[in-house]
Design a binder for this molecule. Structure first.
Ligand SMILES: *[C@@H]1O[C@H](CO)[C@@H](O)[C@H](O)[C@H]1NC(C)=O
Length: 364
């Protein structure tokens, strides 16, 4: 075979297997069209996603190599499709995921928002499964159809400088949680701005977490909700060592919301700190701690299946607003709450008197 015909055969084979070859930028690999994703993710350790449109009904699945770096550039868009998603899953060990200046991921929320939230099918947006000292930073998420960032089965993970902007969903957006955290440990979220229509942060399961410099607006506040499944094990119903510090909640239903589910099995909520939290324009509760949730709703009948111990509220300041507002509501079962620290809590302008049942501290 002549050299020329060998080349022709080789390049024909190349064209046949990779429709659009990845562009190699001096050791990096850039994805500009969806059909490049799989081959680039398999072969590259320094990936750029630039101005990508993800086709309707597809997940942008990025299972990165150990130590890989990924950068989002420009706007990453997700075509509208009625399904559960997620629109993005990023997984890996020791990975670094960065948003370049001016970049954003646009979930096209307005195409989904119908005022019904998760009651009608919508795709979750951005799922992280990362460990080993992975870092996600400078990411901007716009218009989540429903829940924005899901952190599930992660360990040793840091998120910093996130901007979740669902302000356009003020009327019809619903269940657009900022960060949902489940089964994770050793997590830090530092400096996040969240404007949304449900929990700003919701911790459901896990241990060793710090949330620092979180700015929440429009939603339901800084939340912990434990024991959501009736069949869960003790571990499933346990959250330990979680700190929210130096944060702000404005224009929201609640500032701080902690709930345990009385219809779950036994569990534990322990070593929880809320410190230096500033609030304004809180419409329902400044601080609400309840042990009476069933099927996602308060029943008024607390149980101590998941005791709340070593709970600290320290330096919680701000203003309530509107005719439904109450600074503090604590509803513990007899013996359900113990070993609490409560200091420097000052929430003014509430319409209703605070209410404390079986509280281990003088909070009312
Ligand atoms: C609590 O969690 C933080 C954040 O991961 C960690 O730095 C700290 O060591 C943990 N504390 C304990 C007592 O485990």
């Amino acid at each position: 075979m002549s050299r020329l015909s060998l080349l022709v055969v080789l390049s024909a084979a190349f064209v046949a297997t990779t429709a659009t070859p990845a562009v190699d930028l001096g050791g990096g690999c850039t994805i500009t069209s969806f059909n490049q994703v799989d081959s680039v993710v398999k072969s590259c350790s320094n990936i750029v996603i630039s101005g990508l449109t993800v086709p309707a009904g597809k997940t942008l699945e990025l299972n990165l190599k150990d130590n890989a770096k990924l950068t989002f550039q420009g706007t990453t868009k997700f075509e509208h499709h009625v399904w559960k998603g997620p629109l993005v899953i990023i997984s890996g060990n020791k990975i670094t995921v960065t948003g370049a200046s001016g970049s954003k991921l646009d979930g096209q929320g307005p195409a989904y928002w119908d005022g019904k939230g998760e009651k009608t099918t919508k795709p979750k947006f951005f799922k992280i499964k990362a460990k080993g000292g992975s870092v996600f930073k400078n990411l901007q998420l716009l218009n989540c159809p429903v829940q924005c960032v899901s952190i599930d089965s992660c360990s040793d993970l840091t998120l910093s400088n996130f901007n979740i902007d669902n302000s356009a969903g003020k009327k019809l957006g619903h269940n657009t949680d900022g960060f949902d955290i489940s089964s994770s440990k050793n997590l830090i979220i530092d400096n996040a701005h969240v404007t949304n229509q449900d929990d700003c942060i919701a911790v459901n399961k896990g241990s060793n977490m710090i949330f620092r410099n979180i700015h929440c607006s429009g939603g339901h506040g800084l939340s912990i909700s434990v024991g959501q499944s009736k069949t869960g094990s003790f571990e499933d119903n346990t959250i330990k060592n979680v700190t929210f510090i130096d944060s702000y909640v404005t224009d929201s239903d609640n500032g701080i919301h902690v709930k345990t589910h009385s219809d779950a099995g036994k569990g534990s909520l322990t070593d929880i700190t809320y410190q230096n939290i500033e609030m304004s324009g809180i419409r329902k509760f400044g601080i609400n701690i309840e042990q009476d949730y069933e099927n996602g709703k308060p029943t008024g009948k607390p149980k101590n299946n998941i005791p709340i111990t070593k709970f600290t509220a320290k330096g919680i300041r701000g203003h309530m607003t509107g005719s439904n507002s109450m600074a503090v509501k604590i509803l513990c079962a007899q013996g359900g709450c113990s070993n609490w620290v409560w200091s420097g809590v000052s929430l003014s302008d509430a319409a209703k008197k605070s209410s404390c049942t079986a509280s281990p501290v003088k909070a009312c």
